[in-house]
Design a protein around this ligand. Structure first.
Ligand code: PMT
Length: 396
């Protein structure tokens, strides 16, 4: 529950994407938020207030003169009690109102009278989005410090394809969670590796390991939430890309090495979370290898380049953070890898804790010793790690 205790005022305006706002309320509640919905009159034509009332467990407001709010001050009361005002979907018309400071219904009055941040998720037809008037209004909102969430590109309700779709409910929830994280890495560039590598033996076989990518993807997400520009290079995994993160898929250690070295210049931080194969077959057999009655293995192995060590050895290296998964002697082995690869920081975890699951236990090792982070979900540990990296970066 990543929004526990957060109070979200959700404004719903008139557009077909209003149906997605119902799912959004459900997901926000699931994350522990308290949601107060206000709708424009047009929004009630698409989804009834009863739907939002049932999902949020609170009465829904549509009218500026609603006598249920003390002294008819709904526009003041509703945002005073909120940590954030989120408008999703925000129609072109409503965005125009916001840009011009109009306050002629409950939701626009609420937006003008708010004393909390405003996040806006536009939803409209491609041509309405691209219209010069809408683009002017969007620039005004940005200039006024309003956060725009999306829009995305894709199929539209009108049958066209293009930019203007509202972000999916899950993506808006991620953005909201990110909004509440401290921006400890604002303006920083972070490059990461995650997942396993796969070293082909023949067309159907290969050497790999059980890394799921979860830890690396959690660190990528936490860095993005902290305001960094994040690039993730990952081996074969089935994790969804964290919102706002640029992802490059690779298969082998050699490909991961090439992709990382291509992008390492200009990065502020490099974090190697990937479980990279130390060895690969010298040659990949063109056809499936047969037993042929041989006793000895036909696979000859050669060593892979060390991506992390190579980044740390660059003339102007980013702040380099390694990971070490060990089955025993965690401190000794992790500190040994830190020294060998010349890293300021390495993160140790036990194999039985780290691989595959959603939880982990991390211990940070640097020149001054070790710091254990409390065991927990990988995303919480990733946020704590980002905090530790930001502290060390500031002290460099
Ligand atoms: O993906 P999950 O299922 O969530 O699991 C997460 C994890 C257990 C894989 C992760 O937390 C972790 O510990 N990753 C590092 C695994 C490891 O022990 O790596 P290593 O000891 O082989 O390498 C040490 C460091 O050097 C790592 O940062 C690694 O990315 C890097 N390295 C290693 C070899 C190589 N050729 N190039 C590298 O960059």
């Amino acid at each position: 529950m990543e929004l526990t205790g957060k109070r979200i005022a959700l404004g719903v305006t008139g557009g077909i994407a209003a149906y997605k706002a119902a799912e959004l309320v459900r997901l926000l509640i699931k994350q522990g938020a308290a949601v107060q919905v206000a709708m424009t009159e047009a929004a009630t034509r698409f989804v009834t207030p009863v739907t939002f009332q049932a999902l949020s467990g609170k009465p829904v407001f549509t009218d500026q003169w609603d006598a249920r709010v003390a002294n008819n001050m709904a526009h003041i009361d509703l945002t005073r009690a909120a940590d954030v005002l989120l408008i999703a979907p925000a129609s072109a018309d409503f965005i125009a109102k916001l840009a011009n400071g109009l306050a002629n219904d409950l939701l626009s009055t609420l937006a003008l009278a708010r004393d909390c941040p405003l996040l806006v998720a536009p939803a409209m037809n491609r041509q309405m989005w691209e219209n010069a008037a809408t683009q002017r209004n969007i620039a005004t909102l940005r200039g006024d410090g309003i956060t725009l969430l999306g829009p995305a590109s894709g199929e539209q309700a009108c049958g066209e394809t293009g930019i203007g779709r509202m972000l999916e409910a899950e993506e808006i929830v991620s953005e909201l969670i990110a909004h509440f994280q401290p921006k400890l890495l604002a303006g920083k560039k972070v490059l990461l590796t995650a997942g396993p590598t796969f070293e082909a033996i023949d067309p159907v076989r290969g050497i790999t390991n059980l890394s799921s990518g979860k830890m690396g993807f959690a660190v990528a997400r936490a860095a993005q939430e902290a305001g960094a520009v994040v690039t993730l290079v990952c081996g074969p995994v089935s994790q969804p890309t964290p919102h706002g993160v640029t992802r490059f898929n690779v298969t082998s250690a050699l490909e991961m090495h090439a992709e990382v070295m291509r992008r390492a210049a200009g990065q502020d931080i490099f974090i190697g979370v990937a479980a990279v194969a130390d060895y690969r077959p010298r040659a990949v057999a063109e056809n499936k290898i047969k037993k042929d009655g041989r006793a000895a293995s036909p696979i000859e192995l050669v060593q892979n380049p060390d991506i992390l060590a190579d980044v740390a050895a660059l003339p102007a290296p980013p702040f380099c953070v390694g990971f070490a998964a060990e089955s025993r002697n965690l401190a000794e082995y992790a500190q040994g890898k830190r020294a060998a690869k010349k890293l300021p920081l390495i993160v140790g975890n036990l194999i039985q804790d780290g691989f595959g699951g959603d939880e982990n236990t991390l211990v940070l090792f640097d020149a001054s010793g070790e710091t254990a982070l409390p065991p927990g979900q990988k995303i919480d540990l990733a946020r704590a790690l980002v905090q530790q990296i930001a502290l060390r970066l500031a002290g460099r």
